[in-house]
Design a protein around this ligand. Structure first.
Ligand code: AMP
Length: 565
C-alpha cells in the first residue's frame, strides 16, 4: 500500500496530513498527486464523491502555489457555497505548516461588498462558485489574469446546475498557459465538451468505473401510490433499527412540508433547503451531525457538500428531476468503506426511470417491497408492552383499581393482552395496513433502440424546438428579457440555477427586450413559478405566470408583457 510520503509531498504538508488523521492515500490521491506535482499537463480525474478528491487536487495545489508572489495563482471552481467553504477549509488545514497561503472562498447568496473588500487584501487561491466569480470579474473585483492552476471540482454538478455559460466565460478569460485540472463523478457529454474546448491533451485518471456508482451502495426501489407514499416512507424508517438518513424532495416547499409531518409524527426530522438563512442551516446541520436529528429532509442543492460519512440510508421521496442527480444523492451514503442503502419511492408512472438509471449509471436496482404490517405491528407492540411493564407504581391505584379488577375478573390473561394490543392497533391503524409493491417486470422496461438509448433519451435530445411540440410542457411568462440576460444561454442558466432544475426541462425560449416566454416541463412548472414569482432580479420584482397551454397560444404573443392572472 502506498504512503503519503512516497507521493512527493513536502514535510510540512506531510505533517499537516498526519495531524488530519489521514493514514494512507485514497486511490484518487495516490494516482493524482504525483502527476499534478510533477507535470504541467492538464488532468481529468473521474471518481465518485467521498473518495478524497479535495485532497487529490488540494495537496498539490497548496505545494505549487507560491505564497511569496502577491497575486492569485490558483482558482478552484465548485458548484455550491458549502463545497467552496469545505474546500477552502481543507486547503487551509493542508497548509497549516507552510508559509501563509492566502485563501478566499467566494459564493453567491451573501454580501458581495464584503467579498470585494476581502479580495482587495490579496489572495493566492480563490475558491469560487461560477456565478459569483463572474459577477466579481464583471465588477473588476477579482483578477484571474495570472492564474496558473485552474481546478474544476464536481464539473458535472456545476454543469447540471446550469453554470455552463459562466464556466465558458471564466475559462475563456483565464490565461491560456494555465494548467487545468478537472474532477467529476461522471463523464457527461457536457464535461467532455469542456475538456475538448478548454483543455490540452489532458491525462485521464479513472477510479472505479466511469459513470458508475459506488459499490458500497445498495440501490433499491419500491412502487407506491401517491396517497400511500408518506405512510410507506414511515414504514421503511420504522423497519430499520438505527437509521441516519437523508430524504430527498424536489422542492423547498415539499422538503419543509415533509419534515414538519415527520416531526409531528414523532420522528427526529429537520429540513434543509435554499430558503433557510445561514444560521438556520448551520443549526439544522449541527443537530444532524450530533444525531439529535437523524432524518434530514433536503433539496438536491442544499444537500450538496454535506460531508457526513456514516449516512445509512438515502430515500428519494421524489425521484430526481435530472437522472444525473441520482449519483450525487446516493453518493451521500456508502462513504468511507461503509455500506448504505439508496431507495427510490417511485410512482407507477415513474417506473420507466428505474431501467433508465440502470443503463445510464451502470447500476442494478433491487425491488424492495415495503416492510410487512405484521412485522412492524409486532415490533411496535413489543415496545408498547415493554413501556407498560416499565411504568412506575402509583399508590392511588390501590384505591382506584379494585372495582375494575372485580369487573375484569372473568377475563383471561390472553384476552386482556389481546385487548391491549387491539387498542394499540386501533390508535395506530398504519401498522394494520399491508402495502404492496409490484416489481417492475421485464416488459415494463422501456425498449432500447439499436443505439442502446431509450425513447425518452432520444426525445430529450431532440433539441429545444422539437421538445416544444410535446404536450408535457407548460408555457411560462417572465418579465425578464434580453435587456437583462442578452443571450438565451444566460437566460437558461439563470432559470436552471434559480429553480434548481436541469436544462433538460426547459424547452423553447422566446425572448423580447423586456419579457420572455419559455416552455417548461409540466413536472417542474410549479417549482419554477414558486422559485421566481415574487422574487427579484437585481432589485427588480420578478413576475412569472403561466401562459396558455403550448398548443393554444396562437396570436397570443405580442399582447404585451404584463402579468396575466
Ligand atoms: P472528499 O471526497 O474530498 O470530499 O473527501 C471525503 C472525506 O474523506 C472527507 O471527510 C475527507 O476529510 C476524508 N479523507 C480524504 N482523504 C482521506 C484519507 N487519505 N484518509 C482518510 N480520510 C480521508
Amino acid at each position: 500500500m502506498q504512503e503519503f510520503s512516497s507521493l512527493g509531498l513536502s514535510q510540512p504538508t506531510l505533517d499537516a496530513i498526519e495531524e488530519l488523521g489521514f493514514e494512507t492515500p485514497t486511490s484518487i490521491q495516490a494516482g493524482a498527486i504525483p502527476k499534478l506535482l510533477n507535470s504541467e499537463s492538464d488532468f481529468i480525474g473521474l471518481a465518485q464523491t467521498g473518495t478524497g478528491k479535495t485532497a487529490a487536487f488540494g495537496l498539490p495545489l497548496m505545494e505549487l502555489v507560491d505564497a511569496e508572489l502577491p497575486y492569485a495563482q490558483g482558482l478552484v471552481l465548485a458548484p455550491t457555497r458549502e463545497l467552496c467553504l469545505q474546500i477552502s477549509n481543507q486547503l487551509e488545514s493542508f497548509g497549516k505548516y507552510r508559509k501563509k497561503t492566502r485563501l478566499l472562498a467566494v459564493y453567491g447568496g451573501t454580501d458581495i461588498g464584503r467579498q470585494i473588500r476581502q479580495l482587495k487584501k490579496g489572495v493566492h487561491i480563490l475558491v469560487a462558485t461560477p456565478g459569483r466569480l463572474r459577477d466579481l470579474l464583471e465588477r473588476k473585483a477579482a483578477d484571474i489574469s495570472r492564474i496558473r492552476y485552474l481546478v474544476l471540482d464536481e464539473a458535472d454538478e456545476m454543469l447540471n446546475m446550469g453554470f455552463r455559460a459562466e464556466i465558458d466565460e471564466i475559462l475563456e478569460n483565464a490565461p491560456s498557459e494555465r494548467t487545468t485540472w478537472l474532477f467529476s463523478a461522471t463523464m457527461s457529454r457536457d464535461v467532455r465538451r469542456i475538456s475538448k474546448n478548454y483543455m490540452y491533451e489532458p491525462e485521464e485518471l479513472v477510479i472505479g468505473t466511469v459513470n458508475a456508482s459506488n459499490k458500497d451502495i445498495e440501490h433499491q426501489y419500491t412502487i407506491v401510490r401517491a396517497t400511500e407514499k408518506y405512510d410507506i416512507l414511515k414504514n421503511f424508517i420504522d423497519g430499520e433499527e438505527d437509521i441516519y438518513g437523508i430524504i430527498f424532495c424536489r422542492t423547498r416547499r415539499d422538503t419543509e412540508k415533509l419534515a414538519k409531518m415527520l416531526e409531528k409524527d414523532g420522528y427526529p426530522a429537520g429540513a434543509i433547503h435554499g430558503d433557510l438563512n445561514q444560521s438556520q442551516r448551520d443549526r439544522v446541520m449541527d443537530l444532524f451531525r450530533r444525531k439529535r436529528v437523524t432524518l434530514l429532509v433536503a433539496t438536491d442543492v442544499a444537500a450538496r457538500g454535506i460531508d457526513v460519512n456514516d449516512i445509512t440510508h438515502v430515500y428519494h421521496f421524489n425521484i430526481p428531476e435530472d437522472l444525473n442527480f441520482y449519483t450525487h444523492r446516493s453518493g451521500r451514503t456508502g462513504r468511507a468503506g461503509k455500506r448504505g442503502v439508496s431507495l427510490i419511492l417511485a410512482h407507477h408512472r415513474e417506473k420507466g426511470m428505474i431501467p433508465q438509471l440502470e443503463r445510464r449509471l451502470d447500476i442494478r436496482f433491487k425491488h424492495q417491497p415495503p416492510p410487512s404490517a405484521e412485522v412492524l405491528l409486532q415490533r411496535k407492540l413489543v415496545k408498547h408492552i415493554q413501556g407498560i411493564l416499565d411504568a412506575p407504581e402509583f399508590n392511588i391505584l390501590d384505591k382506584v383499581l379494585p372495582p375494575i379488577q372485580e369487573a375484569l375478573k372473568e377475563m383471561s390473561k390472553e384476552d386482556l393482552i389481546y385487548q391491549i394490543a387491539a387498542s394499540f392497533a386501533e390508535k395506530n391503524p398504519r401498522y394494520t395496513v399491508e402495502h404492496k409493491s409490484q416489481p417492475i417486470e421485464a416488459g415494463n422496461y422501456q425498449r432500447k433502440s439499436r443505439d442502446g438509448r431509450d425513447s425518452r433519451d432520444r426525445g430529450g435530445r431532440g433539441g429545444r424546438d422539437r421538445r416544444r411540440s410535446n404536450n408535457d410542457y407548460a408555457r411560462l411568462f417572465i418579465n425578464l428579457g434580453t435587456m437583462d440576460l442578452p443571450q438565451k444561454g444566460d437566460f437558461l442558466g439563470y432559470i436552471c440555477r434559480s429553480c434548481n432544475i436541469s436544462g433538460d426541462f426547459v424547452g423553447r425560449i422566446d425572448m423580447s427586450e423586456k419579457y420572455s416566454f419559455f416552455d417548461i416541463h409540466k413536472t417542474c412548472a410549479d417549482q419554477v413559478i414558486d422559485a421566481l414569482d415574487g422574487g427579484d432580479y437585481k432589485g427588480r420584482p420578478l413576475r412569472v405566470n403561466q401562459d396558455r397551454p403550448t398548443n393554444d397560444r396562437k396570436g397570443r404573443r405580442g399582447q404585451g408583457g404584463g402579468r396575466r392572472r
